[in-house]
Design a protein around this ligand. Structure first.
Ligand SMILES: O=c1ccn([C@@H]2O[C@H](COP(=O)(O)OP(=O)(O)O[C@H]3O[C@H](CO)[C@@H](O)[C@H](O)[C@H]3O)[C@@H](O)[C@H]2O)c(=O)[nH]1
Ligand SMILES: [Mn+2]
Length: 632
């Protein structure tokens, strides 16, 4: 990352950029991944001496690594990705390069080893020297820690940029607003220290893939603003549906295109929380018409270490009390998908956003690699989006009272109804089973049945073509179809329920961090886990198992002939096909019923599901009985 900033230093007429990295948990987000993105402002919500240690060590490494990259014009500057991609030593390189290359490789391996040892507690972290501030801290209870890890004192244009570690103050009973809170603290701290007119924020699980991204983005930003992300290092065929390939290919590019035939041009892609550049002024709540391009000079000449005292103040718990932070200024509070809420809030002021898609792609990131982390993430999104849907910053109010254009509002509407939609998805998933049990129908009989069948076939072919067109496999397509059914009916449903509990004032939603699963390709081959479904006792799996058991019970009832006798208009083949389709989607769960260890659904979850399924069957049959009485 350093080099971009240097790049911008070297071209004096370009404005500067402050880079924010958020990290929150040294266990789920192992710091060994962080040196890959050496950065300007690092927020550590975990208040972890480990993260700080990793940062200090990484910055030492950077002093050798960055000159090496510059000398040999290396594009992929994240050492993690650079050294794991093969074919670097062998071919037609000069002996000098080879020698330096292996020296860098040794240094990097050494760095990783050091961090690993400390992570695995093989070497205790000495809390002396730089570290005593961490000695009496708890994650949820500690004063602000601000450390200047690197400082480019003399403003050397070729030197490394400032690197600042910030762990904002936490008090046990004070809400800290998760990532949004962290970003707002960085906005203020950076405002004091460097105050660049633009800022780039990335999550700790992102890797910079194209060192020229800042230049590319600035080109756009000197007009509007850019946001775009892609994922690297995914599992083949995306078994848990996390890579969002078609979403980025289709949805984002559509949002970004000028589609002249309908209304006006869209306002641009949604802010998705990471890999985005913002104007500082936008984050300060300004409207487009309040800004005269280039009129305001953000420059300040103080050096970061002069501002530590003030920085500690603005990173304190009480600083925001009674202010507009999280409301009109900065990242918006009140939703655990702060990105959508914040994006909406920016668009409603009439700003436009734009995708920046240089070649090679600017950022690569890490998508959850297992079912458990997928569920955590999807559940959080469903809760957060539901909070936005019913909250003050909903797309509807944005359109009516703000400047969100009609079609932009529709796209926000589409995304924020994910949680609510799950209620319908669950109903649809159990409806065929209901029909089979009660011997009723939802589909027409005879030739009329061809209508829903044709719809299903057309839909499947259409989506399949979308995948094949961009070179994805049929397997990939099916994985996505299946995971769509599974996540919408389980994780989203639980997420929706927890958002409802929050709205009812019963409990609060919690930002559960997704595990960052970095793995190199050779580890992946040995790792038989890749792509296999694993389960735990989360309620998410109870919902899924219940849906499956309900279908199985319905089929059993049908085969045992326990359905009520036909009165000419009973359940037909359509309902049966639908129910089979649900079972097909839930096939990994069926295997899970018989699996053992983490590959099996825990007995307690199976029992809960069985009880729920029995209750469902019971009510179906009671319902049928009541219907019959009513008919008589
Ligand atoms: O209290 C917290 C919680 C999280 N984070 C950081 O937030 C980022 C995103 O968390 P992660 O667990 O990686 O969630 P993802 O589901 O991968 O994140 C997506 O969804 C989030 C909203 O739900 C957005 O904030 C992210 O930018 C977007 O990539 C990470 O850098 C965390 O360190 C904090 O700084 N403080
Ligand atoms: Mn993430």
């Amino acid at each position: 990352m350093h080099h971009f900033l240097n790049f911008t230093h070297r071209v004096p007429e370009l404005p500067r950029v402050d880079l924010f990295v958020a990290t929150a948990d040294p266990v789920l987000e192992p710091p060994s991944s962080q040196p890959t993105l050496c950065s300007c402002y690092v927020s550590d919500d975990g208040c972890s001496p480990l993260t700080f240690y990793a940062l200090v060590e990484a910055s030492k490494f950077a002093q050798f690594w960055v000159p090496f990259c510059k000398k040999y014009k290396i594009q992929l500057r994240a050492p993690f990705s650079y050294f794991s991609s093969v074919a670097t030593t062998e071919t037609e390189h000069s002996p000098e390069f080879k020698q330096e290359w292996s020296r860098m490789k040794d240094m990097y391996d050494n760095l990783c080893l050091k961090i690993q040892h400390v992570t695995r507690k093989q070497i205790p972290l000495q809390l002396d020297g730089e570290f005593p501030v961490f000695s009496n801290t708890e994650r949820r209870n500690h004063p602000t820690i601000v450390k200047v890890v690197l400082e480019n004192k003399d403003g050397v244009s070729d030197g490394l940029p400032h690197l600042i570690y910030v762990s904002r103050e936490k008090k046990p009973h004070q809400t800290h607003n998760y990532k949004a809170g962290a970003m707002n603290v960085l906005t203020r701290v950076s405002g004091l220290m460097t105050n660049a007119p633009f800022m780039l924020n990335v999550d700790c699980d992102m890797v910079v893939n194209n060192p020229k991204i800042v230049l590319h983005a600035l080109c756009i930003l000197l007009d509007p603003k850019g946001a775009k992300e892609q994922f690297y290092d995914g599992i083949k065929d995306d078994p848990f549906g996390n890579q969002w390939v078609t979403v980025f290919e289709v949805f984002f590019s559509v949002l970004n295109e000028a589609l002249p035939f309908l209304f006006s041009r869209l306002q641009g892609p949604h802010y998705s929380g990471t890999n985005a550049f913002h104007r500082r002024n936008v984050m300060y709540g300004l409207y487009p018409e309040e800004i005269e391009i280039g009129s305001k000079d953000f420059h300040n000449d103080t050096s970061p270490s002069d501002c530590i005292e003030t920085a500690i103040q603005v990173a304190g718990c009480e600083y925001e009390c009674g202010t507009c932070w999280g409301e009109k200024i900065g990242w918006v509070y009140g939703s655990i998908t702060e990105d959508v809420a914040t994006g909406l809030n920016i668009h409603r002021r009439g700003w436009r956003s734009e995708c920046c898609t240089p070649d090679p792609i600017a950022f690569t990131g890490c998508a959850p690699r297992g079912l458990l982390s997928t569920m955590v993430q999807q559940k959080r999104w469903a809760s957060g989006l539901t909070e936005v849907f019913f909250g003050k910053h909903s797309p509807l109010t944005g359109m009516i009272f703000g400047k969100i254009q009609f079609r932009a509002a529709l796209s926000f509407f589409w995304i924020t109804q994910w949680g609510l939609r799950s209620v319908f998805e669950v109903c649809y998933a159990v409806l065929p089973a209901y029909c089979i049990i009660t011997n009723t129908n939802i589909f027409p009989k005879g030739p009329g049945l061809w209508i829903p069948i044709a719809l299903l076939v057309i839909y499947s072919l259409h989506t399949l073509l979308e995948y094949l067109q961009i070179g994805l496999s049929i397997r990939h397509w099916w994985n996505i179809q299946r995971m769509t059914i599974i996540t919408t009916t389980t994780a989203w449903f639980i997420g929706f329920l927890s958002a409802m509990l929050k709205l009812a004032g019963i409990s609060d939603t919690v930002f559960e961090i997704t595990q960052k699963e970095f793995s190199s390709s050779d580890a992946d081959e040995k790792n038989t886990d890749a792509g296999r479904f694993t389960f735990d006792e989360s309620p998410v799996f109870v919902v899924g198992t219940t849906i499956l058991l309900v279908q199985l019970a319905a089929m059993l009832i049908r085969f045992l002939g326990l359905q009520q006798s036909h009165n000419g208009n009973g359940c037909g083949i359509g309902e049966f096909i639908s129910s089979t389709y649900v079972v097909l989607c839930y096939f990994p769960y069926l295997k899970g019923l018989f699996g053992s260890g983490k590959y099996g659904i825990p007995l307690s979850s199976v029992c809960k599901s069985a009880i729920l399924a029995l209750v469902f069957v019971h009510f179906c049959r009671k319902q049928r009985y009541m219907n019959r009485q009513w008919a008589l």
